[in-house]
Design a binder for this molecule. Structure first.
Ligand SMILES: [Zn+2]
Length: 365
């Protein structure tokens, strides 16, 4: 049996909730996570039509990119579409789950999908951020070090990029005196003891914290396990906003704009002209990405593809970068495929479907 929580826990390994932006509200928004899963419908936005589609299919989970509950709600009376969606979902036992800026901020997320659509190579995160990793330092008697390390690795600690089982150790002397109430693994009550120990350091992502600490306590022989935890502030190349990469072959401006129209099924593109004749290096950011115009320019991008660019922000191009606004929906609609592929990899026999509702509130003539 697959539960709602199996789906959410798996998605949060790929896109941990701790990586979402402060203003965001990703995660499980309605529903009981211990309920059995009947099927997952994947959408960009959660509208009433999407809930109706889930009901027709007999599914009880909707995963969307944009969270329907974004700001605080003080009343749920059905007076607007947000409230009506929530009411309908709760009445029908539908779990609503959003995977939003946490999926924007990982290296195999929303922006990688856009980069893949354009066929970009050598892609990297445009604006790296702190990884949300933690470092655990503990002290273990020499003969128990491997048991403790292996237990923590089994819990998922010690992964850096393409490397796992990563740790650092250095030898030293631990000193302690158990009191009369203690039950020491080594030494006697009321006698000072010295033990050959190793200081062990390893990192783990925030969401694994409880599991890693549990494995430490379970595998460490001491009654009182000494450890401390540091938050890592280093920026990580695997976490952050936007992406940048290279087109296979340089394109002139017209060819590039046509490529955008073709790959993203666009009726129109808003863009700024540039002095350079050829486009080679391209930066992308799904959704409202104007905060990255400067980073794209600094990274030497010939073009920056995003959405929700404001009039005055186009001026920042200054003829040096082609800013293309392809539309918020159009830039992110393939996130549905991304979520589908992620889930398909892990759960081969659940009912899983992309919503057929076009939730774009904007029409063109
Ligand atoms: Zn968006």
């Amino acid at each position: 049996m697959v539960r709602i929580s199996d789906i959410t826990e798996y998605l949060e390994q790929t896109a941990p909730l701790s990586l979402q932006e402060e203003y965001d509200n990703a995660g499980l928004l309605t529903g009981n996570k211990s309920q059995e899963l009947k099927g997952v419908l994947i959408s960009l936005d959660t509208t009433e039509d999407v809930i109706d589609e889930a009901l027709r299919l007999g599914f009880n989970m909707v995963i969307s990119h944009h969270p329907i509950i974004f700001r605080g709600l003080k009343k749920i009376t059905g007076s607007n579409y947000v409230e009506r969606v929530i009411i309908k979902a709760i009445k029908n036992d539908i779990a609503l789950y959003a995977i939003h800026t946490n999926l924007d901020n990982v290296k195999n997320g929303v922006n990688k999908k856009i980069a893949d659509k354009l066929g970009l190579s050598n892609v990297r995160i445009l604006n790296p951020k702190a990884s949300g990793l933690f470092k655990l330092v503990t002290f273990v008697p020499k003969e128990n070090v491997m048991d403790v390390l292996n237990a923590m690795h089994d819990a998922g600690a010690g992964v850096i990029g393409e490397y796992d089982h990563c740790s650092f150790r250095i030898g030293g002397t631990g000193r302690f005196k158990p009191n009369e109430n203690a039950n020491p693994h080594i030494g006697e009550r009321n006698e000072i003891e010295e033990v050959e120990e190793e200081r062990v350091e390893l990192i783990y992502p925030q969401y694994l914290g409880p599991k890693v600490l549990e494995s430490l306590r379970a595998s460490h022989p001491y009654e009182e396990v000494a450890y401390y935890i540091h938050k890592i502030e280093n920026k990580s190349k695997d976490v952050g906003s936007g992406m940048i990469g290279h087109l296979e072959t340089p394109l002139n401006i017209k060819e590039f704009l046509l490529l955008l129209k073709q790959k993203f099924y666009l009726e129109q593109v808003k863009y700024t002209p540039i002095q350079t004749r050829m486009i080679k290096k391209v930066a992308v950011c799904g959704g409202s990405g104007s905060f990255l115009i400067k980073a794209a320019k600094n990274a030497g991008a010939d073009a920056f593809i995003s959405a929700d660019i404001k009039y005055h922000e186009y001026f920042d191009a200054e003829g040096k970068i082609l800013i293309a606004d392809i539309g918020h929906y159009e830039s992110e609609v393939f996130t549905k495929e991304l979520i589908f592929e992620l889930l398909k990899k892990k759960f081969s026999n659940i009912a899983l479907q992309l919503s057929e509702v076009n939730t774009n509130p904007i029409k063109y003539i």
